[in-house]
Design a protein around this ligand. Structure first.
Ligand code: ACO
Length: 405
C-alpha cells in the first residue's frame, strides 16, 4: 500500500484466533466413583481442588490423537476453513501417542491437512500457550497464514490409579484454536514464556525416555506414571501465575483493570483464587470450569476458552489473558484482544462438504499406506523391470501430492 510519501509500506499483520473447538471422551467419572477405587472422598477432592468430576477415555480406540483431531476439526469448522489451508499443526501434549512419530503427524493424517507441517510441543500444562505464542510469531513474521494449535491429553493412561495424591486430579480431553493472519488490529497482542528446569523432579514421568529406558524394573517400580510433589507445585504455581499475568499485560501495554476475563490453567481452584487475588481481580473476571473436567493439562485452557465462548463470556474487543503453569517447570501467558465473532452460522451444505473431505482424507491415508506396502514388496523383488516402472509411477504420484514451494 502506498503511503502519502509514495513509499510502499508493508501491510501490518496480526494473529487472530478465528476458530476454536473441544472434544471429550464419553465417560464421566465423578468423585464418588474414585472413592471406591482409592482411599479418598468427594469432600476431600472438592475442598482441596474444586474438582467434582472428570472425563476419562475408557475406550482404547479413543486416544490423544483422536481427541486432538476432533477438537481440531471443530476449530476448523468454526473458522470455516478446510484442513488443506493449514500451514502448520502444533500439538501440545503431555501424553503423546508415542515418543515418535509425533501426535501432531497422526492428527495431520486424520484431518487430511496435506499442506501442513506438524510437530508436538512438550511444555506440560503450559504447552498450549507456548503453541499460541509460536503460532503468533510465525504469522507476524509472514512465514505462515494459518496455524492449528491443539492441546490434547489422555492423562488417565499415565496416571497411577492407586496413588490418591495424583489420580483424583487429572482428566482427558482436547481443545484447539485456529490462528490466522489478518490486517485487522488486535488478536494475540503479547506472549510470555518461562521455565525453571531446576524444578523438573517436582512433577515428572521418570521412565520411558533415554535417561531411564523402559525395563522390567521401571515397570515394576511404577516409574512410567506421573509423580508429583503437590505442595511444592502448589507454591510455585501461586507465585508464577500472578507474575506471568502482570508481565504479559505490561508487554501488551494493558492495565489489570482493563482485563475483561482471565482464563487460567485449570489445576486447582485454590491456586487460581490465590493467584487472581494477588492481582486484585474479582472472581467474575476469572473463568473456572475445572469442577467438570479436572486438570486436563495442555487441554485445560483451550477447553475453558471454548466454554467461556459458549457461555457468552467473550465479546469482540474484550481483553483476555490465558495463563498457565506446568511440569518443567514451565509457565506461559498471553494477552489477547478478542476480535472473532463469537457466533457464526456455517451453512449446512458447507458442513456436509467438509464432512466429505474428511472421508476423502481417510481414503487418501489408506491409499498412501497401501501404495507404500505395494512399493515395498515390489522393490524387494529386485530385477523385475515392471516393478521399477510401477514404483517410479507411485513415487511420481506422491511427489505430485506434495505442496509446491
Ligand atoms: N484423598 C484424601 N486424602 C488425600 C488425598 C486424596 N485424594 N491426597 C492426599 N491426601 C492426604 C495426604 O496423604 C495428606 O495426609 P497426611 O497429612 O496424613 O500426610 C493430606 O491429604 C494433605 O496432603 P497435601 O499434599 O498437603 O494436600 P494439599 O492440601 O497440598 O493438596 C494437592 C494436595 C491437591 C495435590 C495440592 O497440593 C495441589 O493442587 N498441588 C498442585 C498440583 C498441580 O497443580 N499439579 C498439576 C501441575 S500441571 C502439569 O504440568 C501436569
Amino acid at each position: 500500500m502506498a503511503g502519502s510519501n509514495g513509499v510502499y509500506a508493508p501491510l501490518r499483520r496480526y494473529a487472530h484466533i478465528t476458530g476454536w473447538g473441544k472434544a471429550l471422551p464419553d465417560r464421566v467419572v465423578a468423585n464418588e466413583e474414585l472413592a471406591r477405587i482409592v482411599d479418598t472422598s468427594d469432600e476431600w477432592i472438592r475442598t482441596r481442588t474444586g474438582i467434582e468430576q472428570r472425563y476419562i477415555a475408557t475406550d482404547p480406540a479413543e486416544t490423544t490423537a483422536t481427541l486432538g483431531a476432533r477438537a481440531g476439526r471443530a476449530a476448523l469448522e468454526q473458522a470455516d476453513i478446510p484442513a488443506s489451508k493449514l500451514d502448520l499443526i502444533i500439538c501440545a501434549t503431555s501424553s503423546p501417542e508415542h515418543l515418535f512419530p509425533s501426535t501432531a503427524c497422526i492428527i495431520q493424517d486424520h484431518l487430511g491437512a496435506s499442506r501442513a507441517g506438524a510437530f508436538d510441543l512438550s511444555a506440560a500444562c503450559s504447552g498450549f500457550v507456548y503453541g499460541v505464542s509460536l503460532a503468533r510469531s510465525l504469522i507476524l513474521a509472514g512465514q505462515m497464514e494459518t496455524v492449528l494449535v491443539i492441546g490434547a491429553e489422555t492423562l488417565s493412561r499415565i496416571v497411577d490409579w492407586s496413588d490418591r495424591g495424583t489420580c483424583v486430579l487429572f482428566g482427558d480431553g482436547a481443545g484447539a484454536v485456529v490462528l490466522q493472519a489478518r490486517a485487522v488490529p488486535g488478536g494475540v497482542l503479547s506472549t510470555l514464556l518461562g521455565s525453571d528446569g531446576s524444578g523438573g523432579e517436582l512433577l515428572a514421568v521418570p521412565a520411558g525416555g533415554s535417561a531411564l529406558p523402559t525395563s522390567l524394573e521401571t515397570v515394576a517400580g511404577g516409574q512410567h506414571f506421573i509423580k508429583m510433589d503437590g505442595r511444592a507445585v502448589f507454591r510455585f504455581a501461586t507465585r508464577v501465575m500472578a507474575e506471568a499475568t502482570r508481565a504479559v499485560l505490561e508487554k501488551a501495554g494493558i492495565g489489570i483493570d482493563d482485563i475483561d476475563i482471565v482464563i487460567p490453567h485449570q489445576a486447582n481452584h485454590r491456586i487460581i483464587q490465590s493467584s487472581m487475588r494477588q492481582l486484585g481481580l474479582p472472581d467474575e473476571k476469572v473463568f473456572i470450569n475445572l469442577q467438570n473436567y479436572g486438570n486436563t493439562s495442555t487441554a485445560s485452557i483451550p477447553i475453558a476458552l471454548c466454554e467461556a465462548i459458549e457461555q457468552g463470556r467473550l465479546k469482540p474487543n474484550d481483553k483476555v489473558v490465558l495463563v498457565g503453569f506446568g511440569a518443567g517447570l514451565t509457565w506461559a501467558a498471553t494477552a489477547i484482544q478478542w476480535a472473532a465473532p463469537t457466533e457464526r452460522e456455517v451453512p449446512l451444505w458447507r458442513a456436509g462438504q467438509r464432512s466429505a473431505t474428511y472421508g476423502l482424507a481417510r481414503m487418501r491415508s489408506r491409499f498412501l499406506r497401501f501404495s507404500r506396502q505395494v512399493e515395498g514388496s515390489l522393490l524387494s523383488e529386485e530385477g523385475e523391470g515392471w516393478s521399477d516402472a510401477l514404483s517410479e509411477r507411485i513415487s511420481r504420484w506422491r511427489r505430485s501430492r506434495q505442496p509446491e514451494e
